[in-house]
Design a protein around this ligand. Structure first.
Ligand code: FAD
Length: 555
């Protein structure tokens, strides 16, 4: 069996300058995917990563002895099966399992339990509203149909609608055909859906506020929009267009935490002979004669290659590691104006025991899903109002999950790890810069809210890691801590992502490409941006394609 241990070198010591076919800046899961596909096609690639660890926002870190936190991303659904299979990620150690249930906590004593099993789920909905129990089937069917259309675009390069190249015309025709196939009524609905708010869209289906709250919650995750903001219904779709093992809309956990995904991709990269250098932050992309030819590292080392690929977000790529004078007119300004507003915080908690939640039956399936401390649509909107005014809410929206309820590798025996994703948290505070004290206060607001629903919760806390958007930017380099490397609003999607005219992974400087979540189809642990970019690069280098077609097993 080939040695698949990632060839990771630390650049603490001066590295020898070398010549490569491709340099990938950043070992986020997309950078690693891009490198793996280029290496698979026979290219000599090196990934340079500023941190001492790989994975970017898809990482597992032991922040307290015995507890392994998924420090940023925490659940999986968007990973494309075609990539999973093609890179043989299971053989490289990746195991994904679906959620089995979950609980939404209302503002008062109301609870909505979500069950994996259809009949149990229907009964629970009926308890809240017989009308909504019936409507749920219609809602899921409609959403799945919308998701199926979007899924077909994920592993395809967006066409340039202003180009007359045969490939772009063919791609536009393909998309037009898919769109028209929806039928007249659906077409109108689709356009409506893309521009509506999540809360308004749900009005078409449901009457019960807690059910609407639960279904609206994916519409605000990671975005600087509220449930009533136009455009949030697309975010809702973005979060339900993935799948776990073909079950569309399902979410799951990665055994060993989200870093297991990055590690498995790094294993595939190593198998194909790729190299990773950690502690190797890039200071500057070298441009000569209007072509990207290499990078200068923060320690002064220079590495040269035929092409340079950035896994960094669009703003960081063009305003931090490139010289404005190397860019064509207008690009720097486009990058400055790229919408990348951070809105999320993360609180990872080591617990001495499984917490008990009032009003929740002792049902281990409910623990194998998420705990949604959402309150109501009104509470979610009020939390958004706080963000707009540069502060966090005392009554935040928290999406929690306790991975150790299923995965014994992330906490010591009998103990637990709880991941809490928090909306909203501003990257910049109205009261002045973030300080360690303010970070602790933000963490405290999260713990206080959980304690309301789980008396005694605070006594179980062994360790806490609190991450604000400011911390996420400092560590991972996600500008403003925006989890998607740029807002997923219609002005920044598809052939507009990252900028109109540059959605095909080639950037305005020759031999420079982008492969991170700032590109189509956007954020989330999908590996798609990295794979799509590799396909375009191989085409330019006239190498055989090593990237698989998407497989529509859901049709
Ligand atoms: C708090 C949080 C929660 C999330 N939750 C989920 C979730 O549950 N599920 C999900 O699917 N998605 C989630 N996401 C989104 C998802 O994690 C990201 O969209 C995705 O991981 C981004 O991957 P990427 O490879 O495109 O970029 P990144 O992960 O941002 O990788 C960029 C890499 O570049 C490196 N870098 C930066 N600057 C330099 C430099 N100058 N030189 C060299 N290297 C550099 C960084 O260290 C990093 O490793 C979450 C994100 C966050 C932050």
């Amino acid at each position: 069996m080939p040695d698949t241990t990632p060839r990771v070198r630390s650049c603490d010591e001066k590295c020898v300058m070398n010549n490569y076919d491709a340099i990938i800046i950043g070992a986020g899961h997309n950078g690693l995917t891009n490198a793996a596909y280029l290496a698979k096609a026979g290219l000599n690639v090196v990934v340079v990563e500023k941190n001492e660890y790989i994975g970017g926002a898809s990482v597992t870190r032991e922040m307290h002895e015995g507890w392994k936190y998924s420090s940023c991303s925490y659940v999986c659904s968007m990973m494309r099966q075609a990539i999973h299979r093609d890179l043989d990620l299971a053989r490289h150690g990746l195991l994904l399992v679906p959620y089995l249930g979950g609980v939404t906590f209302g503002d008062g004593d109301e609870r909505l339990f979500s069950y994996h099993e259809g009949e149990a789920a229907h009964h629970e909905l009926k308890r809240h509203s017989p009308h909504d129990a019936d409507a749920m089937h219609r809602f899921q069917t409609d959403l799945t149909r919308y998701a199926q259309l979007i899924r077909k675009t994920l592993m395809r390069t967006p066409p340039d609608p202003t180009s007359f190249r045969p490939r772009d015309i063919m791609e536009l025709l393909y998309l037009g055909k898919q769109f028209w196939a929806l039928g007249e009524k659906e077409l109108y609905e689709y356009v409506r859906f893309f521009t509506m708010s999540a809360a308004e869209y749900l009005e078409d289906y449901f009457e019960n506020d807690l059910i609407k709250t639960t279904m609206a919650s994916p519409g605000i995750i990671g975005t600087a929009l509220g449930v009533y903001s136009p455009g949030s219904s697309y975010i809702l779709l973005h979060h339900v267009m993935g799948d776990v093992d073909g079950s569309i809309g399902a979410w799951g956990l990665a055994r060993g935490g989200m870093g297991a995904i990055s590690d498995a991709i790094a294993g595939a990269l190593a198998e194909h002979g790729g190299e990773i250098r950690t502690n190797a932050g890039v200071q500057q992309v070298i441009v000569e004669n209007r072509k990207a030819v290499g990078v200068v590292l923060e320690n002064g080392d220079e590495i040269r290659a035929r092409i340079v690929v950035s896994n960094l977000d669009a703003k960081r790529t063009f305003t931090k590691i490139m010289d404005k004078n190397d860019l064509p007119d207008g690009i720097y300004e486009k990058a400055c104006n790229f919408k990348i507003r951070g809105s999320s915080g993360k609180v990872n908690i080591a617990l001495s025991a499984m917490p008990k939640f009032t009003g929740v039956p002792e049902n281990r399936y409910l623990n194998r899903g998420g705990q949604l401390f959402a309150g109501s649509l009104e509470t979610m909107e009020r939390a958004y109002d706080c963000w707009k005014h540069g502060r966090w809410s005392d009554d935040p929206f928290i999406e929690a999950v306790i991975p150790s309820a299923w995965d014994p590798t992330v906490a010591p025996a009998g103990k637990h790890y709880m991941s809490n994703f928090v909306q909203y948290c501003p990257p910049k505070l109205a009261s002045g810069p973030w300080t360690p004290e303010k970070r602790d206060q933000f963490g405290q607001s999260v713990v206080d809210k959980i304690e309301r629903y789980s008396p005694g919760f605070k006594d179980l806390i062994v360790h806490m890691e609190v991450r604000t958007p400011h911390d996420i930017e400092e560590e991972i380099g996600l500008t403003e801590g925006n989890i998607f490397q740029g807002e997923l609003t219609i002005d920044q999607l598809f052939f507009n992502r990252p900028f109109p005219g540059y959605a095909q992974y080639r950037m305005p400087v020759k031999n420079l490409y982008m492969c991170g979540s700032s590109t189509h189809p956007g954020g989330g642990v999908s590996a798609v941006c990295g794979a799509n970019a590799a396909r375009e690069i191989l085409m330019d280098l006239r190498r055989p394609n090593s990237v698989p077609e998407d497989d529509f097993y859901d049709e």
